[in-house]
Write a new protein. Structure first.
Ligand SMILES: Cc1ncc(COP(=O)(O)O)c(C=O)c1O
Length: 493
């Protein structure tokens, strides 16, 4: 069903070096449209009607389009007015293979899989008799090196929330030397008081996003609207490096930026220890995504991990948005070449359910310490297994790297052509972004792209980000780039 294509193109990088890129991976879906097709203005009449119905039931201000998921296919999404869009945002980066992938459509024709879907277990107490082998398979396929334990959860925030708990428990166990809880600890935790409820902190970074549940919200620092009116823990926030681009022309000042930020991390560790709220864990995104696609060097992450080790703090990598292949490696932190594995790596989005991989050290010693009714969903793990096999079979990480290299070079060309409207092309794989001159221009670009049949995403404060599926090819990239050029021309006028 899947045909193969072989084509190549030559791209020129910023140093004018030519690189030949082979597009040898799979081509997309049978029946996938060849281009966007717009039948109404956006929003169209059906969309407006649905929006007014939904608004009577809930605050629906974030709704962009209503989707016909029966008609959507591959990298194209179809709205309630039959407009066909090229989707370069894929449900906030959570569709790994595109819509209605033929292999995934077949999954629940299998009776065992169907029964796993309709008989949803409380996985912590009554897992199916195939659950250990399923998890073992996931671990063997994609566990980050050195992290051979896994807990599944519901979503990204739920994964991070529980990762923090593991970090706190491991920290207390280290300090106490064991997990023999005193009577005082057992009674004081019921009153939310020390020593049972200890004063401990998770450090995060300014502009970070780790979720919106009560615990994770104290580490999220990207937009005020997500946090306002909600009480927060007294936890420290360090600055994340703000790099100048192109990287190769700004090495020295970006290195200095790393050092400045890391010095603040060390300083905050000390301050919070003095406040008697020691930092038990540091959480960081390999690329700050909601915060504007902010990157940091491998060296920054290596040094950050060393600071964590020195302070007995767990080093937690939030790969909720970067995990699953969009950067061209399955985990973005593989690019950092860390000397030792991180303590915890959290995931969700492209992996279909939330969860985290962790080391033996981070494993709680007693049951029910990280627990909820569902603890994930076996039907999502069935999908995940299939997705992982397809990524491997179709060499999709290579496709991501090829398409990404091509698109990054072309975005660089657009940057030259339309400076200063857009600048700072950055990213790995197809996890790419550019910065617009102002937040208003960025919004204008996204809106104009949508009316031309391309869905893209924005992030704080004026970033245009691409979050394509792993089956996005050069053909899709060319459509995106052509539409972006049209839009930039219109705005420049
Ligand atoms: C890096 C990161 N962490 C955590 C989350 C939260 O995930 P969820 O929305 O599934 O709770 C997100 C969501 O965008 C994210 O990008």
């Amino acid at each position: 069903m899947w045909s193969r294509c072989a084509r190549s193109t030559t791209i020129t990088n910023k140093k004018n070096q030519e690189k030949k890129v082979n597009f040898s991976s799979s081509v997309p879906f049978p029946g996938e449209p060849s281009e966007p097709c717009m039948k109404t203005p956006v929003p169209g009449p059906n969309t407006k009607k649905l929006l007014s119905e939904l608004s009577k039931l809930q605050q629906a201000g974030s709704t962009q389009i209503f989707v016909n998921y029966d008609k959507s296919i591959g990298n194209y999404i179809v709205d309630a007015d039959d407009n066909v869009y090229l989707d370069a945002f894929t449900q906030i980066s959570s569709i790994p293979l595109g819509y209605n992938h033929p292999d995934l459509l077949k999954l629940f024709e299998d009776e065992h899989n169907l029964k796993s879907l309709i008989n949803r277990p409380a996985l912590g107490v009554f897992p199916g008799d195939d659950w250990p082998s399923k998890l073992c398979n996931i671990v063997s396929l994609v566990a980050p090196k050195g992290l051979d334990h896994i807990n599944t959860m519901m979503c990204g925030a739920c994964a991070n929330e529980n990762a923090y708990k593991h970090a706190f428990m491991a920290y207390r166990r280290k300090m106490r030397g064991n997990d023999n809880f005193s009577v005082e600890e057992q009674t004081s935790c019921g009153l939310n008081s020390p020593p049972g409820s200890p004063r401990l902190a998770i450090m995060s970074f300014l502009h970070a996003f780790h979720g919106r549940t009560m615990g994770t919200l104290s580490t999220t620092r990207s937009k005020y609207i997500q946090k306002i009116d909600i009480p927060a823990f007294d936890w420290p926030a360090a600055p994340f490096p703000a790099y100048k681009y192109p990287l190769e022309e700004n090495e020295a000042c970006n290195k200095e930026e790393d050092s400045k930020c890391l010095a603040v991390v060390e300083d905050l560790m000390e301050k919070w220890t003095k406040k008697d709220i020691p930092v038990a864990g540091v959480i960081v995104e390999p690329v700050q995504s909601e915060g504007g696609d902010n990157h940091a060097s491998a060296d920054f992450f290596k040094q950050l991990q060393n600071i964590c080790k020195k302070n007995n703090a767990a080093f937690i990598l939030d790969e909720v948005q970067t995990g699953g292949g969009p950067t061209g490696k399955f985990w973005c932190h593989e690019y950092f070449d860390l000397e030792t594995p991180p303590d915890i790596v959290t995931f969700s989005k492209k992996l279909q359910l939330g969860g985290y991989f962790f080391t033996e050290d981070m494993k709680p010693q007693q049951p029910y310490r990280t627990f909820n009714t569902w603890m994930g969903d076996p039907s999502k793990v069935i999908m995940l297994e299939s997705i992982l096999n397809i990524i491997k079979r179709d060499d999709l990480l290579q496709l991501v790297r090829d398409t990404g290299d091509y698109m990054k070079c072309q975005l660089g060309e657009l940057e030259k052509e339309f400076c200063p409207l857009v600048h700072s092309t950055r990213g790995r794989g197809t996890f790419l972004a550019i910065t617009a001159q102002t937040p208003e221009i960025r919004d204008d670009i996204i809106n104009r792209l949508r009316t031309k049949g391309v869905i893209s995403g924005g992030s704080h404060p004026q970033t245009l980000r691409l979050r394509t599926s792993l089956t996005f090819t050069k053909k899709h990239a060319d459509i995106f780039l052509d539409k972006l050029r049209e839009v930039l021309k219109e705005i420049k006028k």
